[in-house]
Design a protein around this ligand. Structure first.
Ligand code: B3K
Ligand code: ZN
Length: 867
């Protein structure tokens, strides 16, 4: 049975490491690893402790201490590691092990992808390579030597800078790399194989020349230019915005096809899922382009937030991930549209993180315990973590935030620290009391902010009564009030903004300001308000909370037109659409006309940019609507939402067609062009709902004529959900065109798995036998099975339970070789308590079936907590 690890049990490492020397003899199924590590007793830890080294799934060949071979009397080995009693104050330990990269299908540790060797060590994969204190607070400089067959592996890479290389007998060669920066084992990386690279240069603002290389298999070498350009933009941006320069002479990115997540920030040698590197206009959508830039940025930014300053233990994961997500969000916002980026981030947060916070896996951004740390790379730790970092930014302003960051690096460069250290740096650099911020780290759950307004015409005052609460979550039911920045404005009936004068303050503060909510209940009084206003609350989504204000449909339609905050114009559109859906579910169609009228205005509003129009036209997803219901019926939600889309398309057909035609002339890849394409394709997705000949012909024409993947994919996705003759034509043509491009084929699998047409489950099952499908490849599993389980609610939740049974079966199959992927997939069944009773029972039965099987700790944790 898997042990639970608790934050409160943290202990300093008993031994520190001064140097690590690793020697790999690479062979596909029998790789020899010799580690020579210099240990020193930690003066800060208790004396006389034995040495514990983590290790698993290896064959131990020998152990020597200061050159003396040890016998099995001197150490004990278990499934999880090795203990050596009675070690000296200072010593060198040499351990030889043998591992099997070819057989490693967990994609953690050293494994093979496409005939090449690569590694993934975060969080606890280094212990599958050698016996070592595999914890982030043990940091050391690494030297790595590797030997390999030269013909098969002409390229040999590791962290840091190359030191030497040479030839050996028998067609083998060797290389040695040295990383001068002390790092934990989780940042170690090794790559060997038949790779080509594109090379570029970057001149840092502190006057150094850096060589940049992106490695890939030869046939993708022409698809790396966008990733390289993104890398250079990220390096420049981090210098300009945070004063942070790159520190080694070489920065490498390697693209591999088999990877459990997006990418990994290994020091000097980032390893990427190839889908987040390769791009050409023909193969990648505009969204792919933006995502590649963001993830290249994210991993690069980790060089400071994660690598130079790392985490004391894995409970602190958000220290590096929340902060680095915040940094990549700002990078994208500075380079593209800030408003659109904010809307997209908040949409993700509200759909996925709010749901996580309301379910059985709810945890604070700094969890207090875990069974399997890989299960905590979550939207809570990442996206809510980034929102908490954003709170400091809102509270301290841009300059104050920068002062805090500067102090954080001054104090902690080269250290492994905790979220308290980050809070302290922000506090001390700004001389401000931030003690209440700690609650955001310790308490799970989405706070609810209830706001009510009272207007007094006589006194011309407007009083906002604000109260906050937070629902019970598994770790606690008693919650302390949070510090919540509430950014707002007041709008008069003519749409003009009220200058905000808070009672008791001397000067007015413009038309938007941030109130600090600290108590469970608080009142704020604005004076000099001549007419009854409508409040625009939580502008820019100033805190990760659920807002409760009794807006009417007319209020929302008004805010959609007049709010000066573009984020809140979108938020009002979402609220209006959500209210309309909820009314439809209750059999009331009255707000539909308000929504359609408001969307008509959006379409024709000359003052609104294309991207914001597109965002406002997108209805809340079926999952979002289900999340807002108490006992959701996914079938009914799908049916009513589709009908609403048809009604919107029918009512606004001529405007949408006109806009579609007007935007069809756009070419190129500027931000404007990308935004225009987005709006055009949102119109297309509505028009296809009409399902008539003209509409389907229009979509198919776009499919055939597209010279870029954005347009081709949008048309394919639209047709995949439409029962028309063009559907099969498009799917067959796409397959014929792209069957040799693995990442493009994922789109083809995805649109079919997302289709709400009858027979989709059987079709998904038959696609598993397609020559391009491979259950060992996480991208394929995510594209086909993941899309079905997570992005096709109406079919996944089929009333007969067939979707649940299929997903449960796949989880069990996957868990036998890749627990991380299985453990993501099983989450589709996790929120069974929020679905209507009949389906809920079927979901629970499948969870029980999984629970009865032999499981990895990863899946066991999710299933046992869900039940
Ligand atoms: N730090 C890695 C994630 C590692 C996940 C391990 N299961 C990528 C990132 O967040 O940048
Ligand atoms: Zn990260």
């Amino acid at each position: 049975m898997q042990q639970t690890v608790y934050l409160k049990d943290y202990q300093l490492p008993a031994y520190l490491v001064d140097t690590v020397y690793l020697d790999f003899s690479l062979q596909p199924s029998a790789t020899g690893v010799v580690s020579s590590v210099r240990y020193r007793r930690n003066p800060a830890a208790a004396a006389g402790e034995s040495l514990w080294l983590d290790g698993q799934d290896m064959e131990l060949l020998s152990v020597a201490l200061d050159g003396q071979e040890l016998t099995t009397d001197d150490y004990s080995v278990s499934e999880s590691g090795m203990r050596i009693e009675n070690v000296p104050e200072c010593f060198e330990l040499t351990i030889a092990t043998r591992i099997n990269p070819e057989a490693n299908k967990s994609l953690e540790g050293l494994y093979r992808s496409g005939g090449n060797y690569c590694t993934q060590c975060e969080a606890e994969g280094f212990r599958k390579i050698t016996y070592y204190p595999d914890r982030p607070d043990v940091m050391a400089p690494f030297t790595v030597r590797m030997t390999a067959d030269k013909a098969e592996n002409p390229v040999l890479l590791s962290n840091g800078n190359p030191v030497a290389q040479g030839e050996l007998d028998g067609g083998r060669h060797w290389a040695e790399w040295r990383d001068p920066f002390a790092k934990p084992g989780y940042l170690f990386a090794l790559v060997a194989g038949d790779l080509q690279c594109v090379e570029d240069q970057f001149h840092t603002s502190d006057g150094r020349d850096i060589t940049l290389r992106i490695y890939t298999e030869a046939h993708h070498i022409d698809h790396c230019a966008h990733a390289m350009a993104s890398l250079k933009r990220a390096m420049r941006w981090d210098e300009q915005r945070f004063g942070l320069c790159y520190d080694l002479d070489l920065f490498m990115v390697v693209a591999v096809d088999d990877f459990n997540m997006g990418a990994m920030e290994n020091k000097g040698l980032n390893i990427f899922n190839s889908r987040l590197v390769f791009a050409s206009p023909e193969t990648a959508t505009d969204d792919d382009y933006i995502a590649i830039e963001a993830v290249i940025g994210h991993e690069y930014f980790h060089n400071w937030t994660g690598n130079r300053v790392t985490c004391r233990d894995w409970f602190q994961l958000s220290l590096k991930e929340g902060l680095t997500v915040f940094r990549d969000q700002e990078f994208t916002a500075d380079l593209h549209s800030r408003a659109v980026k904010r809307i997209e981030d908040v949409r993700l947060l509200r759909s996925h993180q709010f749901a996580e916070d309301a379910g059985p896996m709810a945890h604070p951004i700094r969890p207090a315990s875990y069974m399997e740390i890989n299960n905590f790379y979550t939207v809570t730790v990442y996206e809510k973590g980034a929102e908490v970092v954003r709170l400091y930014h809102t509270l301290l302003g841009s300059d104050g935030f920068r002062r805090g960051m500067d102090l954080y690096f001054r104090r902690h460069d080269g250290q492994a620290v905790s979220t308290e250290d980050f809070l302290a740096a922000m506090r001390d650099a700004n001389d401000i009391d931030l003690a209440q911020m700690q609650r955001w780290y310790d308490q799970a759950g989405t706070p609810k902010l209830v706001v009510r307004m009272a207007y007094d015409e006589q006194d011309a005052t407007c009083t906002l009564h604000v109260s906050q609460s937070c629902p019970a979550t598994p770790e606690s039911s008693e919650k302390q009030p949070f510090l919540i920045p509430l950014t707002l404005g007041l709008l008069l009936p003519d749409g003009k903004a009220v200058p905000l004068q808070l009672a008791g303050e001397e000067v007015a503060s413009g038309s938007s300001r941030t109130l600090l909510v600290r108590e469970a209940e608080q009142e704020f009084v604005f004076t000099g308000v001549r007419e009854q206003p409508l409040p625009s609350l939580l502008r820019g989504f100033s805190a990760p909370v659920e807002l409760d204000y009794p807006y009417t449909a007319t209020d929302d339609a008004f805010l959609m037109r007049h709010d000066e905050d573009s984020f809140n114009r979108w938020a009002a559109a979402q609220r209006l659409a959500m209210r309309t859906m909820q009314a439809l579910l209750a059999g009331d169609t009255s707000s539909e006309v308000v929504l359609i009228d408001a969307l008509h205005h959006v379409l024709t509003d000359a003052g609104l940019g294309a991207a914001l129009k597109a965002e406002a036209l997108l209805l809340p997803s079926e999952a979002d609507i289900a999340e807002a219901c108490s006992a959701a019926d996914p079938g009914l939600i799908h049916q009513l939402r589709e009908q609403l889309r048809v009604n919107i398309a029918a009512a606004l057909r001529s405007e949408m067609e006109a806009l579609y035609r007007q935007l069809s002339t756009v070419t190129g890849f500027s931000d404007e062009a990308m935004q225009a394409r987005k709006l055009k394709n949102v119109c297309l997705s509505y028009l296809v709902r009409l399902g008539d000949k003209a509409a389907c012909a229009l979509v198919y024409a776009q499919f055939e004529q597209a010279d870029n993947m954005t347009d081709q994919y949008a048309a394919l996705a639209a047709l995949a959900d439409c029962d028309c003759p063009e559907r099969e034509l498009a799917l067959a043509a796409f397959e014929a065109q792209w069957r040799h491009e693995a990442n493009v084929m994922d789109k083809w699998f995805g649109v079919q798995a997302a289709s709400s047409l009858p027979g989709t489950l059987e079709h998904v099952q038959s696609l598993m036998a397609h020559p391009c499908f491979d259950a060992r490849n996480p991208n394929k599993v995510r594209a086909l099975i993941g899309t079905f389980a997570m992005r096709n609610p109406s079919v996944f939740h089929a009333a007969d339970g067939s979707g649940y049974a299929f997903v449960a079966e796949q989880v069990l199959l996957l868990d036998a070789f890749n627990p991380q992927v299985a453990s993501r997939m099983v989450r589709a069944l996790m929120n069974w308590k929020r679905i209507e009773p009949a389906r809920s029972a079927l979901m629970r039965a499948q969870l029980q079936r999984i629970n009865d099987a032999e499981l990895s700790p990863d899946v066991r944790e999710i299933v046992s907590k869900s039940l």
